[in-house]
Design a protein around this ligand. Structure first.
Ligand code: GDP
Ligand code: IMO
Ligand code: MG
Length: 416
């Protein structure tokens, strides 16, 4: 099983690249996260955004799996499958959903909103999709799972959990009304049940036993990981490579290549430290040129230069074998491109990520000569200075960059 995951704060272009790679895999499987993810795919002038469904669905013949590590909101799932149906993609025979995946209830979303509001200026900037409360119920052993929808007392189980949530919500000052979403939620559950619910961990291992190729698709990014990200400004799942083993039920020794994807610069949406963030015209330029607005929430993304301290840390945690760099085209037109290689702290310089990313931490930069629009279909045709940037990053990280993305369309991809 190969794994593709984000090395930064999410939105690295995972959807686009999974769609490109999926042509070579028999199975594509999402292993964590939920509809907080927004994975964009572009082909033949059309753009699609996927939240829960794996990004292999546009490749005919591929099996797509939503693994046990994913959390599913049936309302969003139903919207997603009808969007795909309208695009001519029918998933009834090619999509499998783990019975062990947890369900996001309308009351989980209400809890997400209430807790975020109560945090005030300290809020995480969550996508408000109910992710945190759902994973809390999972680890707290209260959650509802996809497989529970097949049980005769499902409705009673739903009501018990909802009532529990209502008790918690009563402690918050503002009332969040979710009653109007319940009917829609149960319609979503009906829709979910029209698809193939399965013990996907057994399926995935069976595919691997038969020599089928499996690509695990991550959501979010390493710097949003619950253990290793910029806690508490993180998501609630394991976004690192080990999360693919847990989120699909695959043994670590079965992991082959690990594709680590990063933007040629950095973005972050939501709150939390971001050492190389640019608050000036250059940051604005990156946001405009890169269309850096969230695929799920539409929020403007914070932008900054590439951070090698964080990138090296992410490569270490994931055991990245192949780097994939996206949005090289967005950096076109700069005279020089900057890259943070170390941080200046009170205690001196460091090349490794410190425990806290305080605001008085100062990134120290290298400068690489800039390039013009990379209108190319082969590596050799890319501007010399972009090739220089690639070689520089490979030297700094010790990992080959095997793919470079120079535009949002699936065709705008250069392999080496
Ligand atoms: P994901 O969450 O990692 O799948 O990434 P998103 O889809 O949230 O955000 C990436 C955005 O950049 C999307 O709008 C993509 O269409 C777009 N994109 C992906 N690769 C490239 C690229 O190489 N160049 C440009 N200009 N846009 C890209
Ligand atoms: P993809 O898969 C970027 C961020 C939110 C917030 C924090 C916690 O598209 O890369 P959550 O809703 O998970 O409780 O929010 O994590 N976040 C993302 N940022 N891309 C994502 O997904 C994200 N999913 C969550 O903005 O700061
Ligand atoms: Mg995204």
């Amino acid at each position: 099983m190969d794994v593709l995951l984000g090395l930064q704060w999410g939105d690295e272009g995972k959807g686009k690249v999974v769609d490109v790679l999926a042509a070579r895999y028999g199975v594509v499987a999402r292993f964590q996260g939920g509809p907080n993810a927004g994975h964009s795919l572009e082909m033949e002038g059309k753009r699609y955004v996927l939240h829960t469904i794996p990004s292999g669905v546009f490749r005919p013949g591929a099996v797509n799996i939503i693994g046990n590590g994913v959390v599913i909101d049936p309302i969003i799932f139903r919207e997603e499958v009808s969007m795909l149906e309208a695009a001519g993609i029918d998933l009834h025979s090619s999509l499998y959903i783990s019975r062990k995946a947890h369900l996001i209830l309308p009351s989980h979303r209400a809890l997400d909103a209430a807790t975020e509001q109560a945090k005030g200026k300290d809020r995480v900037g969550s996508t408000l999709k109910g992710i945190g409360p759902t994973y809390m119920d999972k680890t707290g052993r209260n959650g509802l799972r996809v497989g529970d929808t097949e049980l005769p007392d499902f409705k009673a189980r739903y009501q018990a959990l909802r009532d529990k949530h209502c008790g918690i919500l009563a402690q918050y000052p503002t009332e969040v009304d979710f009653a109007q979403h319940e009917e829609e939620w149960f319609k979503g559950v009906e829709c979910l049940r029209e698809y193939q619910l399965a013990d996907t961990e057994v399926m995935v291992n069976g595919y691997l036993d038969r020599g089928e190729s499996v690509l695990a698709e991550g959501a979010q990014g390493t710097m949003l990981d619950i253990d290793f990200g910029s806690y508490p400004f993180v998501t609630s799942s394991s976004t690192v490579c080990a999360g693919a083993c847990i989120g699909l039920g695959v043994a670590p020794a079965r992991v082959g290549r690990v594709y680590g994807i990063f933007k040629a610069y950095c973005t972050r949406v939501g709150a939390g430290p971001f050492p190389t963030e640019l608050h000036d015209a250059t940051g604005e330029l990156l946001r405009e040129a890169g269309h850096e607005f969230g695929a799920t929430t539409g929020r403007p993304r914070r932008c900054g230069w590439l951070d090698l301290v964080a990138l090296r840390y992410a490569i270490m945690l994931n055991g990245v074998t192949d780097l994939i760099m996206t949005k090289a085209d967005v950096l076109s037109g700069f005279d020089a491109v900057r890259v943070a290689t170390r941080y200046l702290l009170h205690s001196g310089e460091t090349r490794t990520l410190p425990y806290t990313l305080d605001s008085d931490l100062q990134p120290l930069y290298d400068e690489c000569p800039g390039w013009q629009t990379p209108n190319a279909s082969t590596y050799g045709e890319l501007p010399g200075n972009l090739q220089h940037y690639v070689a520089y990053l490979e030297r700094e990280t010790g990992v080959p960059i095997s793919m470079i993305s120079v535009g949002p369309d699936r065709s705008q991809t250069i392999e080496r």
